[in-house]
Design a protein around this ligand. Structure first.
Ligand code: MRU
Length: 352
């Protein structure tokens, strides 16, 4: 990008070192930068479930390394026992976060390799680790492509709003929506980023504000209920979000609150873009109603930053995601290009 300063967007939040999956503990950001080591597939699954690592592509990558851990741990017990352990790991890892389809995509990729490999157990373990590393690297490269394609949609000097964290921390690096913002900032198209705090887990306040500020990108933090007002004031030029699963008809499951933003965007004439790799497209889900929506613990809503802010016994509903109908999405930005679906069209063509 002739003379323009590239933005790295890599916080080394997922690594495989000395036989362990090493994760930056995203629950503790931005106050502490602490790393957690997973040495077994169960530890990797627990880290995904408790959101040490989160964001659809990052969840898939961590699960890939979890499968590699299982293969290595059981390599000494013979091919049959290793296969059984891998099937068990696929079940345990697959039971962690139901909405992010990249989780299942990654596990299936690993198992497909197991099915076709004729290698002995030690060699198979090595192959699975290489495959997980390749998925990791590939995801970061895919995000750069998404970033560059999406940035071109933004007029120069735009003020962009994003929700949750679809940044470097949520991917193999660079980010999907975060990638569009990074490439856009590099190219002078993004001037500042309005970041929704994203109740209840605060991925916007804790993670997006942290990672964009680290890369020198100007951030304005708002609470979720300020977005409509900001749009009405004309402060928002475009909205860019990520996705956990995109159905065949283009409906998008993403962090709870995304749907509301899409409806508001339409009302205020603000373009609404979704950035996601093709690994997030689930052709088996015909529409949004086919996407399972994760419900998370009640405590996340009753408390804020660990402090109780509601009656201890109040009933809570805590869906982690919502579905935005395809008609509200002005463009889906994938590594293979931009998609604008007309009513009744399917994403099949982009997957080739
Ligand atoms: O519950 P989370 O933090 O895993 O939810 C993350 C999101 O909703 C992201 O927007 C999505 O996974 C896209 S990540 C590139």
């Amino acid at each position: 990008m002739g003379g323009k300063k590239e933005i790295e967007g890599n916080f080394h939040h997922i690594a495989f070192r000395d036989g362990a999956l090493v994760l930056l503990d995203q629950r503790k950001l931005p106050r502490e930068e602490v790393y957690l080591e997973c040495r077994t597939e169960d530890e990797a699954a627990e880290a995904i479930k408790t959101m040490v690592v989160r964001g659809a592509p990052a969840i898939g990558i961590a699960a890939g390394y979890g499968m590699a851990l299982a293969a290595a741990r059981h390599a000494g017990s013979g091919a049959g026992a290793q296969r059984e352990a891998l099937e068990g790991a696929a079940r345990v890892l697959g039971a962690t976060r139901p909405t992010a389809v990249n989780l299942f995509w990654a596990i299936e990729k690993m198992m497909a390799h197991v099915d076709k490999s004729a290698s002995r157990p030690e060699a198979l373990a090595e192959e699975l680790l290489r495959l997980a590393e390749a998925m990791h690297e590939e995801d970061a490269a895919v995000c750069r492509r998404i970033g560059d394609l999406g940035a071109a949609l933004l007029p120069e000097g735009s003020s962009v709003l994003t929700h949750c964290n679809a940044g470097a921390l949520a991917t193999g690096g660079y980010g999907t929506a975060g990638g569009v913002i990074r490439s856009g900032f590099r190219d002078g198209r993004v001037r500042e980023v309005f970041v929704d705090e994203t109740r209840p887990f605060l991925q916007g306040a804790r993670l997006t504000a942290w990672e964009l500020s680290r890369d020198g990108i100007p951030v304005v933090l708002i609470t979720d209920n300020m977005a409509a007002h900001c749009m009405r004031l004309g402060k928002i030029g475009a909205i860019v979000v990520g996705a956990d699963r995109v159905a065949a008809n283009g409906d998008v499951a993403n962090k709870i609150g995304t749907y509301g933003l899409a409806v508001l965007a339409r009302e205020h004439g603000v373009p609404f873009y979704v950035a996601a790799p093709t690994s997030t497209i689930d052709m088996e889900a015909k529409g949004g109603a086919d996407i399972p929506i994760e419900e998370r613990p009640e405590e996340e809503v009753r408390s804020f930053g660990g402090a109780l802010v509601a009656p201890e016994d109040v009933r809570v509903f805590n869906p982690a995601f919502d579905v935005t109908p395809a008609r509200f999405v002005d463009a889906l930005v994938t590594e293979r290009g931009l998609v604008r679906l007309a009513d009744g069209e399917s994403l099949g063509s982009i997957l080739g």
